[in-house]
Design a protein around this ligand. Sequence first.
Ligand SMILES: Cc1cc2nc3c(=O)[nH]c(=O)nc-3n(C[C@H](O)[C@H](O)[C@H](O)COP(=O)(O)OP(=O)(O)OC[C@H]3O[C@@H](n4cnc5c(N)ncnc54)[C@H](O)[C@@H]3O)c2cc1C
Length: 459
Amino acid sequence: MTTRFDAIVIGTGQAGPALAARLSTASMRVAVIERKYFGGTCVNTGCIPTKTLVASAYAAYLARRAAEYGVTIGGTIGVDMKQVKARKDEIAGHSNKGVEGWMRGLKNGTVYHGHARFEGPRTVRVNDEILEAEKVFINVGGRALVPPMPGLEQVPFLTNSSMMEVDFLPEHLVIVGGSYIGLEFGQMYRRFGSNVTIVEKAPRLIAHEDEDISVAIQEILEKEGIRIRLNAECITARRAGEGIVVGLDCADASREVEGSHLLLAVGRVPNTDDLGLDKAGVETDSAGYIKVDEQLRTNVPGIWALGDCNRRGAFTHTSYNDYEIVAANLLDNDPRKVSDRILAYALFVDPPLGRAGMTEAQVRTSGRKALVGTRPMSRVSRAVEKGETQGFMKVIVDAETKLILGAAILGVTGDEVVHVLLDVMYAKAPYTTVSRAMHIHPTVSELLPTLLQDLRPLQ
Ligand SMILES: Cc1cc2nc3c(=O)[nH]c(=O)nc-3n(C[C@H](O)[C@H](O)[C@H](O)COP(=O)(O)OP(=O)(O)OC[C@H]3O[C@@H](n4cnc5c(N)ncnc54)[C@H](O)[C@@H]3O)c2cc1C
């Protein structure tokens, strides 16, 4: 039997639910299909649980430093991993239930729990049912990449998803991948009490950030006792008793790391391989990401792709912004487009890195004349008062237009402070808007005007 709708939403990540709600409010009959956990990656295995765990790790870290603040804690600091996981489950579970309840409560909505597959450009099968609609929105997200690493098939390994079930302290966690996910898990587990080694193929961590950022973050992590092994160009894995061994160099067997558990954090792949896209005629790139235009339309009229699966972003906020773009074009006669947005994200190690716009390397490559301002967090009074002085701020400005081109705020509350600059960038206002502003004392943001009053040419 075929059931007809006005719209079908496949996947309940960060774009699908909000879009389904908007469509339903616009009196469209909407089918929402989710194959696993409502809320997708961010809610269940990504942002929310990891930032909840990061908060537990921070509490342990600060408790160990209590004496520095004149605070006495009797006895040693312990971490109850079952309780840490229970807190994470409670917070993530609340969001997951919230999304499910929201979708099931939609006035014109019908929820299907099962794997969706296209049977044609307007036809989707879920379980034994066939659904049809003039409009189909794909929000299927991605999953952890499991690379073709020699030996991996004989070795137990964890990914960001299976890490969510860990309620014990790994003795020595070896993490392959020195980018966002690997670094967040690495610092978190070190603070819980594990030995941690991060193995990275590139010559530096988070290699697409500027080198000064990579170096500063490496120093921050190493200071906490995390071991970092770079230039691991040929990574292998094998079992060693109860544990694992990760080889770093196929030509030199002595370069290896032995640990108790292995976490793979080497990237993501889109969930598009089992979606029947070929039956709908939807084009993908060579890595399986769905090709879209500026309004997130695929090559097939009536089919849109939103979120991580379209390669136009890899964050919760980019996915949600995708929803806003599609809804604005479809329902509000507002021609918003992907290129309206400015790249912005954070790395939630402690202290966090808040990033907006271009890196220094990108500005240099662009060849434009630029000015740069930097300031170590050790010269930010609020950071000193808080006893959290690691990191630095860097802002780059176009020398001719005076527009802010990019910023990196690595330091306490850097993930929040960067928004001061981001909003000025959206306003297309000159940097003098900030440099002449009076900010509140004592805050980290109060040093942004000072920093911008002291720009020098980018050599
Ligand atoms: C460890 C980790 C930490 C992260 N931390 C952050 C962070 O701090 N900040 C941030 O901005 N981003 C973070 N991200 C990225 C963020 O989680 C994603 O960018 C975000 O979830 C957007 O994803 P999405 O909307 O594309 O889809 P997803 O959230 O991936 O959801 C897709 C949904 O579609 C469902 N689905 C897939 N295929 C089908 C099918 N065929 N039929 C039916 N349903 C299907 C899936 O089950 C899933 O529920 C993190 C990611 C990870 C892995």
